[in-house]
Design a protein around this ligand. Structure first.
Ligand code: DC
Length: 224
């Protein structure tokens, strides 16, 4: 079974998707972390986020997503970069590189390959990102679109960062929302058959419980 969870930055996708995967014993794939790793690759090679620079960055890309006890470890050329990909510099760059069509094509290919190899072994997969239900797995058995007010999302992200200034985080998030939803290549949008869950005022436990219940329903209907 494939579960696609999409939504804007700070909508609670990562924590929710991780918890759902743990509850169901599914493989969890954070596709945003993959775009972040590519962004770090561009930065490390001193490249601009441009179409001209893309072949250079992609031909040297050696990225691994390794599942572990507390989530995914992201490796770039063998180095654990799980923390490095969360810096503001990489965050801003990830928004730019994710607009490049060849970058998206490579990421989508890798996402499908990883999820299909887990499925082939009989394991369910939870993928989380912006285009999972629309592009990567349009036939996913369950699609969820998470939303929340910008203010709430910015407050959550600031708390997560520990040292951010909420006003600045909100501005940066609004800019990223605009980039993500207006770009030409696979813009962020809700798939018509996705279940929308607004997390502004529901608890984290409720979000997870709702998705786990939906997964159970789909499974019972034989749509596994
Ligand atoms: O979810 P995140 O903040 O870690 O994502 C980082 C960037 O990658 C964000 O600007 C949107 C982009 N992204 C994307 O375009 N498609 C995805 N499936 C996942 C993330």
């Amino acid at each position: 079974m494939i579960i696609a969870i999409d939504g804007p930055a700070g909508s609670g996708k990562s924590t929710t998707a991780r918890a759902v995967a743990r509850r169901l014993g599914f493989f969890y794939l954070d596709t945003g972390a993959m775009y972040r790793a590519v962004a770090l690759q561009f930065i490390r090679q001193g490249l601009e986020a441009s179409l001209e620079a893309t072949p250079d960055a992609l031909s040297n890309l050696n990225m691994e997503m390794v599942p572990g006890a507390d989530g995914l470890t992201v490796r770039l050329s063998g180095e654990d970069v799980s923390d490095l990909i969360r810096t503001p510099e990489v965050t801003a760059m990830s928004s730019r590189v994710s607009q490049l069509e060849p970058v998206r094509a490579r990421m989508v290919e890798e996402q499908r390959r990883m999820a299909e190899s887990e499925s082939a072994e009989g394991r369910g997969v939870v993928l989380e990102g912006r285009d999972i239900g629309t592009v990567v797995f349009p036939n996913a058995e369950l699609k969820v679109f998470l939303t929340a007010d910008l203010r709430v999302r910015a407050a959550r992200r600031t708390a997560q960062m520990g040292d951010g200034e909420e006003g600045a985080v909100r501005k940066e998030m609004a800019q990223r929302d605009r980039n993500d939803s207006t770009r030409e290549a696979s813009p962020l949008r809700r798939a018509p058959d996705a279940v929308e869950i607004d997390t502004t005022s529901i608890s984290f436990a409720d979000q997870v419980a709702q998705i786990v219940a939906l997964a159970g329903e789909r499974r019972r209907k034989g749509r596994v």
